[in-house]
Structures are given as structure tokens and as C-alpha cells.
Design a protein around this ligand. Structure first.
Ligand SMILES: Nc1ncnc2c1ncn2[C@@H]1O[C@H](COP(=O)(O)OP(=O)(O)OP(=O)(O)O)[C@@H](O)[C@H]1O
Ligand SMILES: [Mg+2]
Ligand SMILES: [Zn+2]
Length: 441
């Protein structure tokens, strides 16, 4: 893709005095030029214009198909053009030519094949589609309220994928600055949904288990660095379905973004940093034979433990909520119709809990409980001894690590926020601890 083809062509025309070089010099021009003179859409228009605005340019020429995306940058006049002829007319202050109304070919999608969704999930998917699974629904709500990572295991067809796909429907829409940041990433990746210049809903990215390391965390050549799935899920959900099927190196590469909220890619001459702060959801069958019932499983215990053992300890250590599901019973599937809460109802509670956390964390760089660093949990957010006993007991028994303790405390704050308790009580800490260790439903 020749993002600068248009500016190269106009420079030549300026040098030949066909257009005024002085007029051209004040303009930023972005676009790919076809041999027929048509200007085609390109990737990365939004960050390019943000950069141009920062450098003091006030007018930009962009392909018509990128016009809406370009218009997101305040203080910059956008001149959308469909052809070199239209641009020439603009530069010479002549009336625009009548352009044939041909559809612009879409910007090529990345070849990585991630299922990326950032549109209006609310319409298509709803939490009330999921019957039964009370524990999983509760864990999903806690995850949404605090930005905590989630692990779901269970037999085929128990609803793991269904649940994970509905997590974004519980999250509040993105604030303006987050929306611009997310849109920038998708603009660079070429995954902006057609007709939707600004992404305002938290994205959902579900890479396939054949995904390479570069496609997962980003990579490519120096001139064409691409954000990976971890960045496409920034401010949203990264869903690793069938987790044991991924190669271990690819999953372990997620440890850097999980720690830093960003991916740093180093090449000989430059280092690029893509934001990658997402809520991770991992799903897995308990064994490779994927039996619907435990009794039907034909795997040996060694095979079973090796299968789940493919998810490394350090990765699982970073997952706050772990749940082992059973298939919903026939009774639940048939009679839970009226009691299953909708996404709208749950999202309301999530929003209130998030507001309580944001109020407590006002004046700090952190917004949600999962952002709070460990030392802060012991300082300004230290809990009374009476609330800490479940954690103290687990530490003495050796069933909880120091990192685990911090994760439990963050989740305990979220559970307290959901229940509008100013400070976590011992049962909040207890519930968080149970979910950290792994709860069987
Ligand atoms: N709790 C549930 N409520 C309503 N429908 C369900 C539930 N669980 C499963 N289903 C139905 O079963 C189908 C399969 O569910 P889903 O794909 O989420 O299962 P899964 O646990 O991801 O299975 P797999 O391990 O095979 O990927 C769903 O499309 C849905 O129709
Ligand atoms: Mg599934
Ligand atoms: Zn099995």
C-alpha cells in the first residue's frame, strides 16, 4: 500500500509548475493513487492526521473513503478527494469535477484472520441468552466491573464461548479519549469497521488457535509494523478460546502486555509501543477428547493434566477468576427463561461499581481496581485484620502466593463495589479467594 503515492504525484506536478508548489507545501496529502487516477483508501489515516495536527498542519487531503475517520481530529480541515483530478481542481481553486460513483475497494483486512468485533454488540448478543450458569454469570459481572481476567473450563457445549462473547455487552461505552486511542490502533491495523469511523464500544478480539506470535502481540517488518490481537483488544476483551490448542510461546507472549498494558516491538532502528490493556478471557475443555460428561472421558489422568498443563503457571497466575463449569441442566435450559437477567440490567450494576471505584481512585492514575499496583493495596487500601483472615489463612497454608494475594484483594474491592460496601468485608475477600483458587460450579 502506497500511503504517500498521492503526495509523490503532487510533488512532481508542483515541480513541473502544473500546480503551485506554495499551495502544496501547506497541505498534508495521504492516499494511494491508482493507475486510472483514482485515490484509494489507506490504513492509519487517523494517527497520521493526529501527527500532522501536532506538527502544526491545519489542512489535510485524504481519500474520500477515509474522510469520516479523518474528520475525528479537531482543528484540522479535511479535504476528501476521490481522484487526482479532484485534487488538482482543489489546488487550482476550480470547481470539483463530477466523479463517477464507483465503490472504493475496501482497505485490505489483515491476513491474520482474528475475529474482531467492535460494533454494537448490544443488539445481537445478550446475557439473558445464557440460561443457568449462575456462578459464571456472577464471575462475568465481577470481571466487567473491575477489569479482572477470567478462565472458564468445562465440557463442550456448556456455554463457555457464549459467555465470553457477552462480556463486552456488560462494559460501559468507551470515553472519548479511549475511543480515539482504540480507533487509532484499528486504523493502523486496517480493521476499522466500514461506516463506523469512531469505535465507541469496547472491542472484542478472538484470535484463532493457529495465531502466530507476531499476529498475537504485533510485529512485521520495520516499515509495516502491525498491532496484534492484544492491541486490537485494547480497552476491551481478548478472548482465547480453546486455549490449550495455542502454542505455548504464543500464549506466554501475552505476559508482557498483561504486566505493562502495552507491547513493545524492537527493530534495528526503531522501537514501537502499541497500547494493549485488555481483559483476558481464556476458555478450555478439561481434556482433548472433549467428552460431554466426565464419565464419558477416555483420557488418562496423565493426558488430562498434560492438556491443561499447556497453559503455563505464570500465565494462569495472572488470571483473577477461575471457574470450572458443568453443562446447564435440561431444567435450567427450559425454565430459566424469565429469571436470566439481561445485559442491560447487569451493565447498570457494573457501571455503578465502576463509578464507586473511580471515585475512590480519583486523583490517582488508576481507574479500575485491576489497575491498582500491589503496594498501594497494602498502603492506602489496606483492609482491617477482620476482613483479611481468609487471605492470612491461605498464606499460612501455602495455597496463595504474594502475587495471588494482590489479585484476590483487587477482586475483593470489586465485589465490595458491586455490593456498595465501602470497604470489603471478610466474605468479599472469601469470595475473591475462592474464585482465584478455582471454583467448581
Ligand atoms: N447455559 C446455556 N444457556 C443457553 N444455551 C446454551 C447454554 N450452554 C450452551 N448452550 C447452547 O449450546 C451452544 C454451544 O455453546 P458454546 O459454544 O458456548 O459452548 P462451549 O462451552 O464454548 O463449547 P465448546 O467447548 O465445544 O467450544 C450454544 O450456541 C447454545 O445454543
Ligand atoms: Mg467454545
Ligand atoms: Zn477426555
Amino acid at each position: 500500500m502506497l500511503t504517500f503515492a498521492l503526495s509523490i504525484a503532487v510533488s512532481v506536478l508542483g515541480a513541473a509548475d502544473v500546480v503551485s508548489p506554495a499551495v502544496c507545501a501547506r497541505l498534508v496529502m495521504i492516499g494511494e493513487l491508482g493507475l486510472d487516477g483514482r485515490v484509494h483508501a489507506v490504513r492509519g489515516v487517523l494517527p497520521a492526521i493526529l501527527g500532522a495536527a501536532e506538527a502544526g498542519f491545519t489542512s489535510v487531503v485524504v481519500p474520500t473513503a477515509n474522510g469520516a475517520e479523518a474528520a475525528l481530529v479537531p482543528g484540522v480541515k479535511v479535504v476528501p478527494v476521490g481522484s487526482l483530478r479532484a485534487l488538482m481542481a482543489y489546488l487550482r481553486d476550480e470547481p470539483p469535477p463530477v466523479e463517477e460513483d464507483e465503490d472504493d475497494p475496501p482497505v485490505p483486512a489483515p491476513a491474520d484472520g482474528h475475529a474482531v468485533r467492535s460494533g454494537p454488540h448490544r443488539d445481537a448478543l445478550d446475557l439473558s441468552d445464557v440460561r443457568g450458569q449462575a456462578d459464571a454469570r456472577r464471575a462475568l459481572e465481577i470481571s466487567a466491573a473491575g477489569g479482572h481476567h477470567l478462565w472458564l473450563s468445562g465440557p463442550p457445549g456448556c456455554g463457555k464461548t457464549m459467555l465470553a462473547e457477552r462480556l463486552p455487552t456488560l462494559l460501559p461505552p468507551l470515553e472519548r479519549s479511549a475511543a480515539l486511542e482504540v480507533t487509532t490502533i484499528h486504523s493502523v491495523a486496517g480493521t476499522l469497521p466500514a461506516g463506523q469511523p469512531l469505535i465507541t464500544e469496547p472491542p472484542f478480539c478472538a484470535p484463532h488457535h493457529t495465531t502466530t506470535r507476531a499476529a498475537m502481540i504485533g510485529g512485521g517488518s520495520r516499515r509495516a509494523l502491525r498491532p496484534g490481537a492484544a492491541s486490537l483488544a485494547h480497552q476491551g476483551v481478548l478472548f482465547i478460546d480453546e486455549a490449550p490448542e495455542f502454542s505455548t510461546g504464543v500464549l506466554d507472549a501475552l505476559r508482557q502486555p498483561l504486566e505493562d498494558g502495552a507491547v513493545t516491538i524492537s527493530r534495528a532502528e526503531a522501537t514501537t509501543r502499541f497500547p494493549a490493556r485488555f481483559t483476558l478471557v481464556l476458555a478450555a475443555n478439561p481434556c482433548p477428547c472433549a467428552a460431554a460428561k466426565v464419565l464419558e472421558c477416555v483420557c488418562t489422568p496423565a493426558v488430562r493434566s498434560r492438556y491443561l498443563g499447556r497453559i503455563s503457571g505464570p500465565l494462569l497466575d495472572r488470571v483473577d477468576l477461575k471457574l470450572e463449569l458443568e453443562a446447564a441442566t435440561r431444567a435450567e435450559l427450559r425454565y430459566d427463561v424469565d429469571v436470566a437477567e439481561s445485559s442491560e440490567v447487569v451493565a447498570e450494576r457494573v457501571l455503578l461499581a465502576r463509578e464507586r471505584a473511580a471515585k475512590r481512585l480519583a486523583g490517582t492514575p488508576w481507574r479500575t481496581n485491576s489497575d491498582v499496583p500491589g503496594p498501594e493495596l497494602r498502603r492506602s487500601l489496606a483492609l482491617p485484620t477482620s476482613a483479611m483472615w481468609p487471605v492470612d489463612k491461605a498464606l499460612i497454608e501455602g495455597t496463595l502466593s504474594a502475587r495471588g494475594m494482590h489479585r484476590v484483594l483487587r477482586v475483593a474491592w470489586t465485589i465490595a463495589d458491586l455490593g456498595d460496601r465501602g470497604v470489603p468485608a471478610d466474605h468479599d475477600v472469601g469470595e475473591a479467594l475462592e474464585l482465584w483458587k478455582g471454583k467448581r460450579s
